[in-house]
Design a protein around this ligand. Structure first.
Ligand code: MV4
Length: 480
């Protein structure tokens, strides 16, 4: 691998390029006209403009990206996350053009993208799954029949779904028909595929995911878990590793299950197996993400591994150089996603100019971002500004460092979720570890942010008053 094209933008494009540079691989950026002056373009050895700002005309255009690779002589493509990263047709096009796709095979992506096909593949491997229908249900009467057998409440899910789209909770039989209609119509609109299935609804679960690595020599390992329960409307807010609730036994059970999921789809590269963990600590396979995840840095901190380097080595057909027994969890890492959104106004995107942008620096603080002071936040893409990751020998230490890093993170010109992150880190339920996927719904109210902001303003006013009075005393001395 001599030259790699990164089919992405922003922080993840830079993140991949950093490792490529470290490994002596040349880098090619692609960019839309909205990103002409973006840091990921300047960071690359070469850059190719691939079209208009709208993603469909640039970052989602398979022919333009393949052409950019061919023009620049890149022989590999890293898709990052989002955009084309889990598009089986893209992986296939990359392979057909004799380029290396840094990721799994197209068939694997296709299988895991279809939640029903994924469940079917996994079902032969003795992996716990939520009770539900074996396949898609078309007939509402048949679906209702199955729902009674499963027991209410049930969840209707889109086969093509993920990320919560096309998902409907049904509390009682009388609601079933209406909710199924809605799920089918939502799935049809969102995915062009109205196939749905029914599962037992697990109330208040934790969302735990396991990082896996699989090479082309048959080695499959897990790199422990990430706790991702702190989310808002299916958008993760805080992720951490390890999870406070896993015992060593449960960790190895879930890790082994994740390895089996990876084997079931002939996995290659870095991937993530998602599980639900219920209040009794039963775990259930949910789905597999066939890409590098946003939250991969917390796993890098606790394992000491560079996941992008592992992806590239695997793509070069190298064998993993360590075994499961070599891997140990060391310390604790927390990631906060910082969005250009207003937490006081229903998390509405806050676009504008980053008049001031000064991320914190220091030992055990990592900031992955793709922005600089003075840049406009474009309206066309995901509003994530940056990822703030802290590390400590204990969880308490990582939380303390996160709070102080949030306090010294300076952003002016747009609203951000920084104060929301601070709210979570200071919350008793978060600190004690006693939380689930309902944390934000259960505990967050904008008034609570205003309160702490008011308190801070009050404190600042008091400090100002004290300085004023002290100065007056000094001034008044000569007069006496
Ligand atoms: C579930 C569930 C409860 N029971 N399945 C949400 C997105 C998709 N990946 C699957 N999801 C869920 N599936 C059953 N049978 C609850 C969720 C869920 C959730 C899962 C992970 C992280 C956050 C979540 C928030 C709400 C619901």
């Amino acid at each position: 691998m001599k030259k790699i094209l990164i089919a992405n933008r922003g922080e993840i494009a830079i993140r991949v390029m950093q490792t490529a540079k470290k490994m002596g691989i040349k880098t090619v950026a692609v960019y839309s006209t909205a990103d002409r002056n973006s840091p990921h373009v300047r960071f690359a050895d070469e850059a190719v403009c691939i079209g208009e700002p709208a993603s469909s005309l640039s970052y989602l255009s398979i022919p333009k990206i393949i052409e950019a690779a061919n023009i620049t002589g890149a022989n590999a493509i890293h898709p990052g996350y989002g955009f084309l990263s889990e598009n089986a047709n893209f992986a296939k096009a990359v392979e057909e053009n004799k380029l290396i796709f840094v990721g799994p095979k197209a068939e694997t992506i296709k299988m895991m993208g279809d939640k029903l096909a994924a469940k079917a593949a996994v079902s032969h491997y003795n992996i716990p799954m939520v009770p539900g229908t074996d396949g898609a249900v078309k007939d509402v009467r048949v679906a209702k029949q199955r729902a009674v057998e499963i027991g209410y409440p049930v969840l209707i899910k889109a086969a093509a779904g993920g990320g919560g789209k096309g998902m409907r909770i049904v509390e009682r039989e009388s609601d079933f028909e209406l909710q199924m209609e809605r799920a089918v119509s939502e799935a049809t609109t969102a995915f062009g595929d109205g196939a749905v299935f029914v599962e037992k609804y697990v109330a208040s679960p934790r969302h735990i995911e396991i990082q896996i690595l699989a090479d082309s020599h048959g080695n499959v390992l897990h790199l422990f878990e990430r706790e991702c329960s702190i989310q808002r409307r299916h958008q993760k807010v805080i992720e951490e590793a390890p999870s406070v609730v896993l015992t060593p036994e449960l960790r190895s059970q879930m890790g082994e299950a994740a390895v089996k999921v990876a084997r079931s789809c002939n996995y290659l590269g870095a991937g993530t197996v998602e599980f639900l963990l219920d209040a009794e600590k039963n775990f259930y396979f949910l789905e597999m993400n066939t890409r590098l995840q946003v939250e991969h840095p917390v796993t890098e901190f606790i394992t000491g591994l560079d996941l992008v380097e592992q992806q590239i080595r695997i793509a070069r057909d190298e064998a993993l150089t360590f075994s499961q027994a070599d891997l140990k969890i060391s310390g604790h890492a927390i990631e906060l996603r910082i969005y250009a959104e207003n937490p006081l106004n229903n998390f509405l995107p806050s676009i504008g100019n980053l008049q001031r942008y000064q991320p914190p620096k220091g030992l055990n603080i990592r900031v992955d971002d793709g922005f600089e002071q003075g840049m406009d936040v474009p309206i066309y893409y995901d509003p994530m500004l940056s990822k703030l990751i802290t590390y400590g020998s204990t969880r308490a230490e990582a939380i303390r460092l996160m709070i102080s890093a949030i306090e010294s993170f300076e952003v002016e010109g747009v609203s951000t979720t920084l104060p929301f992150g601070k709210f979570v880190c200071n919350h008793d339920a978060f600190i004690s570890g006693n939380f689930d996927t309902n944390f934000v719904e259960k505990y967050y109210k904008p008034e609570l942010l205003k309160k702490s902001e008011n308190e801070e303003a009050k404190l600042a006013a008091l400090v100002g008053l004290k300085i004023y009075l002290d100065d007056q005393k000094i001034l008044s001395v000569p007069a006496l």
